[in-house]
Ligand binder design. Structure first.
Ligand code: SAM
Length: 192
């Protein structure tokens, strides 16, 4: 697993955005935040599949899980590791095109390991626009970051009409990480 990650890091350090795969504590915190049982989940940037494994351990259904990974070799690695999960070798900047061929493109949750804070503003906006359009008003985006700041600035979250909350801080990860959840405000939130 580490070898696949390191090779991907050497191929494209900016795209990887981390020097280690997600540790178990972080992966578990992401899966707990997702509460994945019975949900249709798109995982973006699964890398070596640490979070995928945690999602499965937390009760995610293999049939309802889809992995979108841009790196060809990591995508092939994931296909070998999870033969009964749909792995799409594609780019989050074109989610619709990457996922659409199988038609069932609606998800309850997007769980992302994308290095959002490393992305060019234009790419970040393109990706987030598609994620929030695809999720609809009941949906949830879960994203981790190694930064003390939110992975999506309050200004940008506002632009998409979503609210962010820090769901967990994982001091035991290297480096320490925070898990953030983004969702549309519920009606009762709007009344206050
Ligand atoms: C921080 S690493 C993921 C670490 C992963 N959680 C693990 O434990 O291995 C970020 C991942 O996002 C993928 N990625 C980066 N940009 C992407 C994009 N535009 N579309 C899809 N995947 C992308 C990278 O190839 C990499 O696998």
């Amino acid at each position: 697993m580490y070898q696949s990650f390191i090779l991907a890091l050497l191929r494209n350090p900016r795209q990887m955005g981390a020097v280690f795969p997600s540790g178990q504590s972080l992966a578990r915190a992401m899966a707990t935040a997702a509460n994945p049982s019975g949900k249709r989940i798109l995982e973006i940037g699964p890398g070596t599949g640490a979070i995928t494994e945690a999602l499965l351990a937390e009760g995610a259904s293999r049939e309802q899980l889809c992995l979108l990974e841009r790196d060809d070799k990591l995508a092939a690695y994931l296909t070998g590791k999870f033969p009964d999960i749909r792995v799409v070798n594609g780019d989050a900047r074109a989610i619709a095109t990457s996922i659409q061929p199988n038609a069932d493109a609606t998800f309850d949750i997007v769980i992302s390991s994308l290095p959002l804070l490393n992305l060019k503003a234009v790419d970040k906006i393109t990706i987030l626009e598609q994620i929030f359009a695809m999720l609809g008003h009941q949906g949830l985006l879960i994203q981790y970051t190694y930064s003390a700041k939110a992975p999506i600035s309050p200004l940008l979250a506002n632009r998409f009409g979503v609210k962010g909350e820090r769901a967990a801080i994982i001091f035991r990860n290297l480096p320490p990480a925070s898990v953030w959840k983004y969702s549309y405000p519920r009606n009762d939130d709007l009344q206050h």
